[in-house]
Design a protein around this ligand. Sequence first.
Ligand code: NAD
Ligand code: UFG
Length: 337
Amino acid sequence: MTILVTGGAGFIGSHTVVQLLEAGHAVVVLDNLCNGAAEALRRIERLTGKSVPLVKGDVRDRKALDALFRAYHVEAVIHFAGLKAVGESVREPLAYYDTNVNGTLVLCQAMAAAGVRRLVFSSSATVYGPDAPVPYVETLPRGRTSNPYGTSKAMVEQLLTDLQLADPHWSVVLLRYFNPIGAHPSGVIGEDPQGLPNNLMPFIAQVAVGRLPELAIFGDDYSTTDGTCVRDYLHVMDLADGHVQALGRLETPGLHVYNLGTGCGVSVLDMVRSFERVTGQSIPYRVAPRREGDLAAFWADAAKAHRELGWQAFRGLDEMIADTWRWQSENPQGYRR
Ligand code: NAD
Ligand code: UFG
């Protein structure tokens, strides 16, 4: 199948492109490179020996999408392109609704016009909201959201649900990611956030490599075993495999929702200690106030993905850390070395 991967030059998209190529699919990437790197795609070409055409363009640009659908025989779309920094979304809500909601709307309009009705969407565990019991299971309703980023994901889920109801020819898979970390085991591609990292793992990795002086742990007074927040971290390669497996589900029209996580919770302090143990690097840290909007603890019930997609997260925490560290230590400045 030829797959359009929007946001394919970013963290999860680039790893998914590798696994799609390895599975025998052809890929075309659409990315405006606002948080992605063309270099990632060049490295993927060297790694796989396959070509990865990049259309540098914006997912909100209908003309660019129409031209892309004319130029390539796209059979399905995996839609990663979006903005993802929670704090920034509070300061710039319009940018988030424009890129994440309007971007998906324009993409779906272009897909419908091109007769392509198979879509996998990057959703998030954040749509369950603060009141959902853990582990999160897909039968729970979407909850209230606490920032424009989360709201934009919930709005897109609703948009796609309505679209699929109105036209049952659409096949839509909503993948609710938990916390992806890690990197390709080769060390040639990985997570390369622009500016100060928002997420825990790239922050720790940049402290370890000497780019940042210390980690701030946001709160140690939560009602968890050690007082720090607990998350379900999964290897980005497992997450990428989940997308390849989700493509099979697109054969059946309908709306399909899956959690992609390991089912295991890891605290911030567990992560710091595990990183030190696996890499031999010391991670200086201080405890800082809680970060607004953080939940104490959540993890996935991923049984449905196992049952229906045959998907499971196989890679453990030590492998996630070792692969992150290989990427970061071999590419201290990310793709800009
Ligand atoms: P990323 O920022 O590394 O990748 C997103 C890519 O989309 C980037 O390459 C960026 O340049 C591109 N992009 C952004 N706006 C665009 C636009 N208007 N037009 C074209 N391209 C555009 O982020 P990621 O971590 O790879 O996340 C991918 C998707 O998964 C996002 O939708 C994100 O919200 C979602 N998600 C991520 C996480 C996580 O923890 N990383 C968790 C849940 C959901
Ligand atoms: N944390 C720190 N210090 C940091 C960064 C993070 O202590 O410098 C803590 C946070 O407070 C939180 C934990 O590490 O307790 C994980 O934080 P991340 O920012 O890495 O991840 P989040 O769980 O907040 O959010 C991530 C993505 C969202 C996505 C969500 C789904 O950023 O896009 O996972 O699980 F919606």
